[in-house]
Ligand binder design. Structure first.
Ligand code: ZN
Ligand code: ZN
Length: 374
């Protein structure tokens, strides 16, 4: 491992930044889950703990706190199986560790990383859209901080401060699909961005191969006809802080002797690392999963199913909206105008509506966000 990347959900980053950029120099612990794949490590921001006033000490050279705070954080990290990332701020676009920072780092990180040797820990200086840092494991300095990404309605990616300006990596888009809408979206993403690397998994989630491939994606698109697979993928995206765009459309037929089209509900649901998940949004719930396990799926499978070619134009509408959302995540073109939960499409009236929902903090969002491989 020569570098380790850092991924932080936007709401945690906002809280962190507010604290570390206040007038009085301050710091805190970002406790992180992680992705570990051989030599590659990605730290995933899960909890932010600023140094509390009662732990602060008066010091001639900037911030200082009582060692009890470090011990409290180490205990918390051990209990939750997380890594410790100590964060403070320097203004400017190319932050570096000062001599005092190096002293603090060299006295603290070998201790933290020998006490909890089974995962990496780091000392990070954040600047304005740049970060630098050192990563320790088992008492040793093992890597420097690589890319930092703030993930929310769009991905804000900072190159490693120590490397200067590097060209952004090509985006990686994962598509998990067992129906036409997903394949169409993959085709559209490929045609709007030659740089995008699109991986299509036409298999049930989660297989081991799917997990390995998808952990590395910048954004995941799903078009699945089972609630269980959707629920698993929802959980997975929260664990690894990856934006998910889940789409589906069905043609519900009437129960007349000659079935007629009753309704054509389409849906493009977004799950942002800092937003409501599919459970918070009511797209997936235990009742639906239970019903599906009982042999009958709600939604597409409940009605007589039309073959994909019959609904290719309807799939085309939702696939186009989903692809536009992929572009929003990768480029942020719509800024704050993009809805937090996606869009509803009515295939009968042709009306597309924004979906805005409040973050409900369901068990998936609270317990699993940012835990990574743990
Ligand atoms: Zn400093
Ligand atoms: Zn949730």
């Amino acid at each position: 491992m020569t570098t380790a990347d850092l991924r932080i959900p936007r709401d945690l980053y906002t809280a962190l930044k507010t604290h570390v950029t206040q007038a009085q120099e301050s710091a805190g612990y970002l406790l992180c889950g992680m992705i570990e794949d051989g030599e590659r490590v990605v730290l995933l921001g899960r909890e932010w703990w600023p140094v509390r006033p009662r732990y602060r000490l008066i010091s001639s050279h900037g911030m200082a706190w009582h060692p009890n705070f470090d011990v409290a954080m180490l205990n918390r990290a051990q209990n939750e199986r997380l890594g410790c990332v100590l964060v403070h701020h320097h203004s400017g676009g190319s932050p570096q560790l000062s001599p005092t920072d190096r002293e603090t780092c060299e006295s603290l990180l070998p201790f933290l990383s020998s006490e909890a040797p089974d995962r990496p820990h780091a000392f990070v200086v954040m600047g304005d859209r740049a970060a630098a840092g050192r990563v320790y494991r088992g008492g040793q300095l093992v890597a420097s901080l690589g890319d930092t990404a703030v993930v929310g309605s769009a991905i804000d990616r900072w190159p490693a401060a120590t490397l200067g300006l590097t060209s952004p990596r090509a985006s990686r888009v994962g598509v998990v699909s067992n129906c036409g809408g997903g394949f169409l979206t993959a085709q559209l993403v490929r045609s709007v961005s030659e740089a995008a690397c699109v991986t299509v998994l036409a298999e049930n989630f989660p297989s081991r191969e799917a997990l390995r491939a998808l952990r590395e994606c910048d954004v995941i698109v799903a078009c699945l006809d089972r609630f269980q697979a959707r629920d698993d993928l929802n959980r997975f995206c929260k664990r690894y802080l990856i934006p998910l765009i889940d789409l589906g459309i069905e043609v519900a037929l009437s129960h007349d002797s000659v079935p007629m089209t009753a309704s054509i509900p389409g849906r493009i649901s977004k799950v942002q690392p800092d937003g409501p998940c599919l459970r918070c949004q009511g797209v997936v719930d235990d009742a639906r999963l239970e019903h599906e396990r009982g042999g009958r799926a709600l939604g597409q499978l409940e009605n007589p199913r039309l073959p994909d070619p019959a609904i290719i134009t309807l799939n085309g509408v939702v696939a186009s909206i989903a692809t536009t959302e992929v572009l929003q995540v990768l480029t942020g073109f719509a800024g704050r105008e993009s809805p937090n939960c996606g869009w509803i499409y009515d295939g009968v009236t042709g009306v597309v509506e924004r979906v805005e929902k409040r973050f409900r903090g369901c068990s998936v969002c609270v317990k699993e966000r940012g835990v990574g491989d743990a």
